[in-house]
Each structure stands twice: as structure tokens, then as C-alpha cells.
Ligand binder design. Sequence first.
Ligand code: SAM
Ligand code: SF4
Length: 378
Amino acid sequence: MTPVSLPILTSVPVEDDRAAAVRAGRVLLDGGEVGVGGASSLRGAPSHVRTLMDSLGRSIRDLRVSITDRCNFRCVYCLEPDVRFMASEQLLRPEEFARIARVATSLGVRTLRITGGEPTVHPELTRIISLLRDAGGDDLAMTTNGSRCDAASLRAWREAGLDRLTVSLDSLRPERFSAITRSASSVGEVVAAIRGAIDAGFTPVKVNCVVVRGFNDDEVEDLAGLARELGVDVRFIEYMPLDSGRAWEPGKLVPAAEILQRVSARFAIVPREQSDPSSTSREYAFADGSRGTVGVIAPVTRPFCGACSRLRLTADGKVRPCLFSLAEWDIAGMLRAGATDAALAQRLIDITWTKQAGHGISDPGFAQPSRPMSAIGG
Ligand code: SAM
Ligand code: SF4
């Protein structure tokens, strides 16, 4: 396997002064990682900052809400079979997710995305959707592995107020699908979920596909063909070092440029105008006018950190300013201790202010966060 050379990013290191972080009150975990801080340890935003804006001027418009770290899949790039999940008492209750989301929308968040783990394994998913719908914002979306999306559930989620659905699918080949997901589910079930989502009125329906060298890079063209066949937006995602097995290495990464080359060898594609500058994806239409689109999400080779508008809430009530944050901040404790909405809002403002410039994957001192993607929420 020939390792690809990654471009040197201009972002600052994830945590360039751990000692200072610890002095500021954040906790040093095993392995030197900076962990959860208490309310008093967070350096506040300047008093004139009244919205979710970070110290680099980026505004938060998108809150990712991970409602559970549990999952019925064990995707090779995400979750090892022996991973241990959090106890259910540790997780926020539906009303608690909604309360934090409401505070976030009062501060300018427009999109709420439900994620996990696998959100469809949560027994109260439909209620969470309704509560988040009532929490404000313009757009409520969810990402799922598509294994538990029968027609009745899709209808119920749509009626409860879910606007958009993204379904993950990394292979169209039955045996390979099983090898990647290490699940009892099937390609047929996931494709049926995508079709069902279209029928239930979700618009647009997106399909996420993580491309991993040696696993599914030879299927990029076929997955692009699925976009045409079903009229959906297929987005290829570069593999990131967020897997619980810590097996990521540059050689397993398939750069977006290579993905696009493969798609173009089969179908002529043309770039679409980017309507949302903070969008993580570069979109392409088919030159022959076919329905469907393809996109690439290239956090590693074309980082979009400079336009990032996201904040993440974990299922156990920690706020993470970045997917790759080494520091995360508790909000559940405050909420359960009876904090007012104004105090919760101030907490979110202060946390946002600490958002790091970039993920620093290509920096020599890069450290992978201890939480895997499944416990952060993609
Ligand atoms: N379980 C749901 C699913 O798979 O769609 C939602 C949670 S999952 C963490 C969200 C997205 O993150 C999925 O599209 C998944 O493929 C992607 N993902 C997981 N691990 C990743 C990694 N190491 N690099 C890039 N994307 C990853
Ligand atoms: Fe589960 Fe999604 Fe991770 Fe796959 S990518 S293991 S479905 S959380």
C-alpha cells in the first residue's frame, strides 16, 4: 500500500499548549488528552459576544445532536466489535436534548441534525424528533445507517417534523456490505430505506459513503450510478482518524481528487454552484442532465474548517466545538442542577468561543480524540 502524502494544512494545532489548557482548568486524561472541564474552568467569551461566534469570527448555524452512542453496526472505519457503550442513565433525556437545542436556536442555530451512534436504535426517536421540531430552527435532519427505516417509521418521522434524511451506504455488494458493517443487515434493506425516504417525502435524500482504500474504492463508479438510478445525492466522504480501533492511516485514505477522477471516468460531471459557503460538500451534477448528484466531502485533503458552522452535543450532554476537539465541555450537569436558559446560553456562547481553528490532521503533533465518531456524532 503506497501512502499518500497529505498537504500541510495552515490550521493551528488542535491543542498547542496542553499545559495552558490544564492551567485553565481543563482536566488531563490518561494519555495526555485534555478532557471535560467544569463550569468554572471555561474562559468566557468577551461580554459583547451575545451569539454563538468563535474567537475567529465563525458563527455557529448547525447543531449536531447525538442522541445515543449505541449502534447495531460495527463499521470497520468507525466502531470495533468490542466497544463499550455508555450506560443509559448517563444519556440526556429527550426533553433535555430539546432544551439545549432550543437555547441554541435562540442564539442563531438554524439546522439541527440528529445523529449517533445509530439514532434509530433509540426507543424514543419519534418523540425526540417532535421535541426538536418544536425547538426552533429551519431545518431538522437525521443521519442513519438505514437498517431500521421501514415505511411506517419513515412516515412517522416525517409527520413528527423531520425534513431531511441522510442514509449511509458504503457498498452495493452483499458480501462486502456485511464485511464492512459487520451487521446482520443487507444492502437490500438500506436501498429500500433510501427508496422509502423518497416516497415519504424527504427532500433531498442524501447517501453518505465513506471511501476506504482496499475496502470499497473500486465501487465509487457504481455508487455514483446509484445517484442517477434513484435520483439522490451521493456524497463520498474521506476516511478520517476517528475510528475506535485507531487503525486510520494515510494509506487508507482515498483523496477526493481520486474519487472524482473515478466518477468522471464513467460519467461526465459538472460542478454545481455552491449555495451554502459553510457546506462541507462539493457538489456535481451529471452533464447529461440525469437526475441525482454526486458530492465529495474532503475534510482531510481540502479542509473546510475556515467556514465551519458546526457545534456538537454528545448523548451524555457534552458540547464539542469541533469533531477533533480534545477538550469538551459539560452542559448536562448545569442543566440538571437547575440552570436557567440564560445561564445555558452563556455556557454555549463561552464554549463556542473556544472553537479551534482547524482539525490539524496533517500536523506532526496531531492527536486523535479519545471519543470515536460513533460517540461524537457525525
Ligand atoms: N449511524 C449513522 C450512520 O452511519 O449514518 C449515523 C452516525 S455516523 C457516525 C455518521 C456518519 O459518519 C456516517 O455517514 C458514517 O459513514 C460517517 N463516519 C463514521 N466514521 C467515519 C470516519 N472514520 N471517517 C469518515 N466518516 C465516518
Ligand atoms: Fe454505526 Fe454509523 Fe458508526 Fe457504522 S458509521 S458503526 S452505522 S455509528
